[in-house]
Design a protein around this ligand. Sequence first.
Ligand code: 13P
Length: 254
Amino acid sequence: MRKNIVAGNWKMNMTYQDGLALVSEITNMVADETLGANVEVVIAPPAPFLHSIGKLLAEGGKIHLGAQNCHQKESGAFTGEVSAKQLQSVGVEYVILGHSERRQYFHEDDELLSQKLKAVLAAGLKPIFCIGESLETREADETFDFLATQLKNGLFHLSNEEFAQVVIAYEPIWAIGTGKTATSQQAQEVHAFIREQIAGAYDAEAALNTTILYGGSANAQNARELFGQPDVDGGLIGGASLKSRDFTEIIKSF
Ligand code: 13P
């Protein structure tokens, strides 16, 4: 049975002090809540805050720690980089990979992402692997071909055992930070397509067991409708994860 997940991707936002305050508000708000059946919450703060925020989350016991990126090598002379093993050593469980911002601004391609995926899996961490089309691709009616290629090149080189650790996030680029959410029908259509592709590359069981998140202007108002779709198993939340009340409302939207 696949998990439902709400993951907050803070991106390059928040000072350490603001981040601590936000996390304690969120942990207080969810402390008394019975989270929906099978719901897991993840917070992915900027790298320098991982250790202390991880400790705060561990005390509360309900929220898991995620990182926004990692380097593909295990260690060595890579100034400024952080390895999956280092992330694991401070309590990280999930690593976001292939976010469109990393693909666009840091030129991460399928080859590099496949190395990062291997590194994350080798460290015993779970990747949240992002895919998503641009507005241009959608308007050219090429969304499904584009996503099929991203999945094939980016993910489907993994073994069955490796793939079982992967969470997929569908993040249409045109919906990220724009306030323009995919409709629940658009999200459902793509999520069902992703599941079909998984069934083709692996098998029906792998397709059923994979958590597929939606990301892109998801918020407290639209989360219930989105999460109500049969193939939408939660969200990867940007802007709305920076406000405790909004994020908590989203967590309660299953
Ligand atoms: P927004 O929720 O701010 O649109 O960002 C989505 C996202 O990119 C999460 O990774």
